[in-house]
Write a protein that binds this ligand. Structure first.
Ligand SMILES: C[S@@+](CC[C@H](N)C(=O)[O-])C[C@H]1O[C@@H](n2cnc3c(N)ncnc32)[C@H](O)[C@@H]1O
Length: 241
């Protein structure tokens, strides 16, 4: 049974935190830009929240892949409720192989599941294989620095129990008033990531900092988001094949 099969409800709530909506999702879609007419492969698509948004923003073909059957059940339920012509596959990204050549391969919070540099490289190679020449890989993942006391007000606590080195487990707790959910990711250094992008043969790559949506600033005020900007909790990635 995949880890997320047991935490579907809690994880879904974490995607509704103001921080997730106003910073995480907002930044992700800023990096993605115009999706009109694009074919998109959404790796680790989870309950399909982004997958559906890609189609609604004009993508002409969208395929979602996730290792968790339960997460994909939620995605498929939404597809039944409001059909958008999305395709979902229950599959470990590491054994996906080539399914097509897409304009865009995306993966929000997948790469941080790689436990070793070899696993990260294997994911990068799968991503590369599924892209057209000139196609983009866009991702967001946990940042490489930790400022736990700065993120609690956003409903996030992160910790690790051994010195940081490639493979250190990182525990992440998302919480609200009457719920909380814990997941475990793995730390790999920024230089390991850059090594993997180069080894996978990407032509270029760049990193992005979090941004806050105008709606978020209007609703909660600039002061509330200052720590999200000064102490990034995640990073954005763009690689070009
Ligand atoms: C943090 S969630 C992100 C879900 C979605 N992308 C989002 O941003 O809301 C991570 C997802 O990655 C999936 N996942 C983890 N390892 C995977 C793997 N090797 N292959 C496919 N999916 C994986 C989990 O099942 C889970 O749905």
């Amino acid at each position: 049974m995949a880890v997320y099969d047991k935490i579907t409800d809690g994880y879904k709530k974490s995607r509704e935190l103001p921080y997730t909506i106003c910073v995480g999702t907002y930044t992700y879609f800023q990096i993605l830009g115009d999706l009109s007419g694009q074919s998109v492969l959404d790796l680790a698509c989870g309950e399909g929240r982004h997958t559906r948004a890609f189609r609604k923003k004009g993508a002409n073909q969208v395929v979602g892949v996730d290792i968790s059957e339960k997460m994909l059940d939620l995605a498929k339920q939404e597809e039944t409720r409001e059909p958008l012509g999305l395709e979902y596959m229950v599959q470990d990204v590491l054994t996906l192989g080539k399914i097509d050549e897409f304009d865009l391969v995306v993966a929000a919070f997948l790469l941080n599941y790689a436990k070793t540099r070899e696993e990260l490289l294997a994911m990068c190679r799968i991503i590369y294989t599924n892209l057209k020449v000139g196609g983009r890989f866009i991702s967001i993942k946990d940042s490489f620095e930790f400022y736990p006391d700065k993120w609690e007000k956003y409903g996030i606590i992160k910790g690790f129990f051994e010195p940081l080195h490639d493979g250190t487990p990182i525990s992440i707790n998302f919480f609200g008033k009457d719920w909380n959910v814990s997941i475990e990711n793995y730390y790999l250094s920024k230089s390991t990531y850059e090594w993997a992008f180069q080894q996978a043969d990407f032509k270029s790559f760049c990193w992005y900092d979090p941004k806050v949506s105008p709606e978020g600033i209007e609703k909660f005020g600039e002061e509330f988001w200052q720590d999200a900007i000064n102490y990034p909790e995640f990073v954005g990635i763009e690689c070009v094949k």
